[in-house]
Design a protein around this ligand. Structure first.
Ligand code: ZN
Length: 600
């Protein structure tokens, strides 16, 4: 799809009323020029959450969260950046323009998207009619009812039937006026024989995007020959690794519970919906991917993996656990059979529903264990823990999981648990782990010393240079003054330098607004630091004075430093260079004097 134009993003930033937007979620009170409220991101009784309506920034002094109002909406609604822009554009009446929309190619793509999803919607409707009403579809209907699904579920998921006659769909759609070329490119027909339907004699599962627009189909064979399951080919519209079956149906329940069940197949996801577990989705004939995890991360915090109770299912669960953890999702694994009532003979959710009934499926779904415990149980069954070799292997099996943990504290806690579970010395695990990942033994030296994190470097401290650059960031209109007074190379502090570069980039590319500026800062800790400072209101009064004083201070410090260097150099200088240095010293002394006099 196309990107939202930079001009639209800027217009949205300029137009939105920060107090109104944040006020939807937080009750704000004015206190001496500041707007404060109870932070929605952490529990508190006295307000430490502040909003700066001029800069359209928020910051919480309690938990440290902060950013632009756009970031706030993204966080609260679990939206992507373009989605948040779209939402606010609609609310404040800013027309949405997409990048390159002037170019007819882009609008054609949007038009094509709409035409294709409309075609898919109609085809899904026709297949659904054939399943529910036609004698030919009856066999498929009986099959699906025999699996324990009710008629309302068939309606809700718009399940359908594709006739065995491969020419039927083409004739049907041609009569509706669709051109042969359009149909050939629709993904519904064989690439070799463009009048022959891709799907025939199959029970059809429409696959939708999160907004509920049909973008592909999955088909299960009911009669004739061929693979048991078949999916639409990938297209601009449909990327299987980025799509989840039933997500459109599950979204409201996922939002509510902040949790999601992942089953292996269409039938499994639908079976869970049938018994009231409506936050269930399924990947589309692939392993659970990082893109799918990131998609779910917008709404969910926890994933329940409900896979087959066979070895392929276990393998899939192991991979999915790592995918979840890597993408910031907590994971639990549903373990059929451990309740003692449902035996492992029932393989997957659809089987459990069919063979043991809805209550058994509901009960099993609640039977989950956290991923770490699951991995310990699996490694106990894979390896012989009576010998040291088996123990070493069992520990190594846990390493990829340890690697996905984002905090040292939880990693150390997990290592302690592994040591207990396998009867291994924890230092031995740490040693093996660090050599496995070819890393320095950071866990030993850094234990209990959180602040010495090499990834984030030393903490950011305020200094004259940084103070000046933040003042200019807050009052961007003063940037031209700064760039004619100081050069980037004259700045020493690395943080201030990075802000200077970001400001210069905004200047060159003619972007304004805190959002554009912040997006050019790559380090998150620096970004947070700027937001925190900007929100403090320290920079709000008399900005011109603040900036010109700041420039003077930085220049003065620089001069003093250079003079000090000259004195040091003079002590060691030869006669010829000493003359030069003395000249420079006289010159700089005079400059410094002028500067100090000017200050009064
Ligand atoms: Zn907070």
């Amino acid at each position: 799809m196309s990107y939202i134009a930079q001009s639209t993003i800027q217009a949205v930033n300029h137009t939105i009323d920060a107090l109104a937007v944040v006020g939807d979620y937080v009750r704000l009170e004015q206190r001496g020029g500041r707007y404060v409220g109870l932070c929605p991101f952490h529990n508190e009784k006295t307000p430490s959450f502040t909003v700066n309506p001029d800069l359209k920034l928020y910051h919480c002094f309690g938990c440290g969260k902060g950013g632009t109002v756009l970031n706030f909406v993204m966080e609260m609604e679990k939206l992507s950046f373009p989605e948040a822009v779209t939402l606010l554009a609609k609310r404040f009446g800013v027309p949405l323009v997409y990048e390159g929309q002037q170019d007819p190619g882009a609008s054609l793509r949007i038009q094509e998207f709409e035409e294709k999803t409309e075609l898919y919607r109609r085809v899904a409707g026709s297949f659904h009619y054939l399943l529910m009403q036609s004698p030919e579809g009856n066999r498929a209907k009986q099959y699906i009812l025999s699996r324990g699904l009710g008629v309302e579920t068939l309606e809700r998921f718009r399940l359908g039937y594709a006739p065995a006659d491969r020419r039927w769909l083409f004739l049907f759609l041609s009569k509706k006026g669709y051109s042969e070329a359009f149909l050939a490119s629709s993904g519904l027909f064989s690439s070799k024989y463009p009048r022959y339907s891709f799907f025939s004699g199959r029970l059809m599962f429409p696959i939708a995007d999160p907004q509920g627009r049909t973008i592909a189909f999955g088909g299960r064979l009911v009669s004739g020959e061929g693979p048991k399951y078949l999916n639409s080919p990938e297209s601009d519209l449909y990327k299987k690794g980025q799509t989840l079956f039933a997500l459109d149906q599950a979204l409201s329940a996922i939002r509510k519970t902040k949790a999601v069940y992942i089953a292996e197949g269409y039938m499994d996801a639908i079976a869970l919906h049938q018994v009231g577990i409506t936050n269930a989705v399924a990947p589309l004939g692939t392993a659970f991917t990082d893109e799918q995890a990131q998609l779910l991360r917008r709404w969910a915090e926890r994933v329940y993996l409900f896979f087959d109770a066979d070895s392929a299912g276990h393998q899939a669960a192991l991979k999915a656990i790592l995918t979840c953890r890597r993408n910031g999702l907590a994971a639990e694994v549903v373990v059929p059979g451990s309740s003692g009532e449902t035996e492992a003979a029932y393989k997957d959710p659809a089987d459990i529903l069919q063979e043991a009934g809805p209550e058994a499926l509901q009960k099993t779904a609640k039977n989950s264990i956290i991923d770490f415990k699951y991995l310990i149980i699996r490694s106990r069954s894979f390896f012989d823990l009576s010998g040291s070799e088996g123990k070493a292997k069992a520990c190594a099996f846990m390493f990829p999981y340890l690697e996905t943990l984002d905090s040292e504290v939880s990693r150390m806690a997990s290592i302690d648990h592994i040591a207990d579970a396998f009867g291994v010395d924890r230092m031995a695990i740490i040693h093996d782990y660090t050599s496995h990942f070819n890393a320095t033994p950071r866990y030993v030296s850094r234990r209990g010393k959180e602040e010495e994190n090499p990834q984030t470097g030393e903490s950011i401290r305020m200094n004259d240079e940084l103070y000046l650059l933040i003042a200019v960031s807050v009052h961007y209109r003063l940037y031209p003054k700064l760039r004619t007074s100081l050069l980037i190379k004259e700045i020493e502090d690395p943080w201030a330098k990075e802000l200077f570069i970001a400001l210069e980039e905004c200047f060159i590319y003619d972007e304004s607004g805190m959002d554009a500026f912040l997006s050019r800062i790559s380090r998150e800790d620096l970004r947070n630091f700027v937001v925190k400072q900007a929100a403090s209101r320290e920079f709000s009064s008399n900005p011109e004075q603040l900036v010109s004083d700041g420039i003077k201070r930085v220049k003065q410090r620089r001069l003093e430093k250079r003079l000090h260097e000259i004195v040091m150099e003079l002590r060691m200088a030869e006669r010829g260079t000493a003359e030069e240095l003395l000249d420079e010293k006289r010159h700089k002394d005079a400059e410094l004097r002028r500067m100090k006099e000017d200050k009064q």
